[in-house]
Design a protein around this ligand. Structure first.
Ligand SMILES: [Zn+2]
Length: 261
């Protein structure tokens, strides 16, 4: 079986390309809308921080103000990442259901709950961004001898980090949920006799644009049997921070043709 499996499937069965494109677009929409909201919230925090900092020249006091600000930032980012991950998981459920429906498999048991994992990931993302926030603000303050603190420009330059968090967490949550759903169906006793999985493979789908890195571009279209890792043990969505890849279930064309005929 594995020997006959092609490495890539470039020609898609009818319907799959559309399904994948719709999912990729929805994934990007989650990422962008949350990123925008997150930046708006942090904009307000910059106003607040600059106003407070301008009232004192005492370094210790300024450090404390920055520390408090960083704590709020950690909360803001965590809240947005949490929302992002929830949406991405819901999308993964929806996408997997559509994929299974196309394959004629009962999608009833794909839903999983991973709120604890979401909370942990969100908190970690919030804390790591807050530490960048604090060190950036602090270094600007220490360099400013007189006059108004000018932290806005430096902090706004950190937006790419937020972008990275948004892309990484969205894609990671989607892929976590998707593969968990696939595993749960494969483990389901009622599916064991159906042997539905030998003719289904997972395909690496990269979002191809000028930001796509060489590794992800190379993996795009890779296919492996379920339960087997992609080459180099790479995982879609986790190749690097900002990875926007996802995996999709597809039927092997040979079987698909046989089924359809
Ligand atoms: Zn990628």
């Amino acid at each position: 079986m594995a020997n006959n499996t092609p490495d890539k499937i470039s020609k898609l069965p009818k319907g799959w390309g559309k399904l994948q494109a719709r999912t990729a677009k929805a994934l990007l929409n989650i990422e962008f809308s949350n990123l925008e909201a997150m930046i708006k919230s942090l904009d307000l925090e910059i106003d607040r921080l600059e106003a407070k900092l301008s009232k004192t020249n005492d370094e210790a006091e300024q450090a404390l103000i920055i520390k408090e600000s960083a704590d709020r930032v950690a909360e803001v980012v965590a809240r947005h990442v949490m929302r992002m991950r929830k949406k991405a998981r819901a999308l993964a459920d929806e996408s997997l259901e559509a994929e299974l429906e196309e394959l004629g498999i009962d999608p009833a048991r794909t839903r999983t709950s991973a709120s604890r994992a979401d909370a942990a990931a969100a908190a970690a993302a919030g804390l790591s961004y807050a530490s960048v926030w604090a060190s950036t603000a602090l270094s600007v303050i220490l360099q400013t001898e007189e006059g108004q603190p000018k932290v806005r420009r430096s902090l706004e330059n950190q937006d790419y980090r937020l972008e990275r968090i948004a892309a990484t967490e969205t894609s990671r949550a989607f892929n976590d949920e998707h593969s968990r759903g696939v595993d749960s169906i494969a483990d389901d006793e009622s599916n064991k006799e159906k042997h539905w999985f030998p003719f289904i493979v997972k395909r690496w789908d990269a979002i191809l644009d000028r930001k796509t890195c060489a590794i992800c571009r190379d993996h795009d279209g890779d296919i492996v049997p379920l339960g087997i890792n992609f080459s180099n043990d790479d995982t879609p969505g986790e190749v690097h921070p900002n990875c926007r890849c996802m995996s999709t279930l597809i039927p092997l064309p040979a079987f698909y043709t046989t089924e359809a005929a």
